[in-house]
Structure formats: C-alpha cells, structure tokens
Design a protein around this ligand. Structure first.
Ligand SMILES: [Zn+2]
Ligand SMILES: [Zn+2]
Ligand SMILES: [Zn+2]
Ligand SMILES: [Zn+2]
Length: 130
C-alpha cells in the first residue's frame, strides 16, 4: 500500500535511513538530504585537510580521512565539509556552530568562547542536553 507507506514517511522522515553514523546536522536536514539527486551525491568534495576528495554521499555520514584519520562531515548549514572536532550542530538554534560556541540556557542562543561567560547574560549555565 504505497499511500500508507508515504504517510509513514511523512510522520518519520528518518524512516529507512541509517542514522547511526549521521551527524546531527544531517539528521536535522534529512529533508534536504533526501532532496539531493544522485548526481549531487556523486559530486567530489575536497576534505579540509586536502588529503583526498570523496563523493558528497560519504560525507552525509561521518567520514574519516584515509590518510590523516581526520573526521569530517558535510554541513548542510554551511554548505561545506567541516571537521568533526571543530564544528557541531546546535539543535536549539538550528544551525552549525564553531566548537568554541556553546548554547546559553537563559538567552536561548549560542555564545562564543568555551571558557567565557555568555556575552548576553553573563551566565555560564550551559544547556546540558546539547
Ligand atoms: Zn586527511
Ligand atoms: Zn548544521
Ligand atoms: Zn545554540
Ligand atoms: Zn546568556
């Protein structure tokens, strides 16, 4: 019953996709991922370490560079390949952030500087869930 199947898909867009290796950014942008054509997924992307080029498809999941072992994934927010240790996707802000940014509970926005208090409210109260 195709109608029933597409209804299920609507309710859970992650249905049928293995998300275990997927970075938060790809999971949050799964509709954009699904909208990519075969040709777009085959586009070769250069890793930030410049060791190798891999098709975009591989960067939807975390990809470790075969030469330097760096971990990379494709950020839908930035439209570019990012390094796992340098970038994270803030689900509250709905966008990718630099590793030096953290999400302030009081202001409900990200603040810059891991060792600094929030520049909005002076609090250090991080969101423990992200
Ligand atoms: Zn590399
Ligand atoms: Zn993102
Ligand atoms: Zn945030
Ligand atoms: Zn704040």
């Amino acid at each position: 019953m195709p109608g029933w199947l597409s209804l299920l898909e609507l309710q859970n867009p992650l249905n049928g996709i293995d998300v275990t290796q997927m970075p938060t950014c790809a999971i949050e942008n799964v509709q954009r991922y699904k909208a990519l054509s075969r040709a777009e997924l085959d586009v070769m992307m250069e890793l930030p370490c410049e060791c190798e080029q891999v098709p975009l498809q591989k960067l939807i999941n975390q990809h470790s560079c075969s030469k330097c072992d760096g971990l990379y994934w494709y950020s839908f927010c930035m439209g570019d390949v990012v390094q796992e240790s340098c970038t994270w996707h803030c689900t509250k802000c709905g966008t990718c952030r630099d590793w030096q940014e953290w999400h302030c509970l009081r202001c409900n926005r990200c603040s810059y500087g891991v060792t600094l208090p929030c520049d909005g409210c002076g609090s250090r109260e991080r969101d423990p869930w992200i």
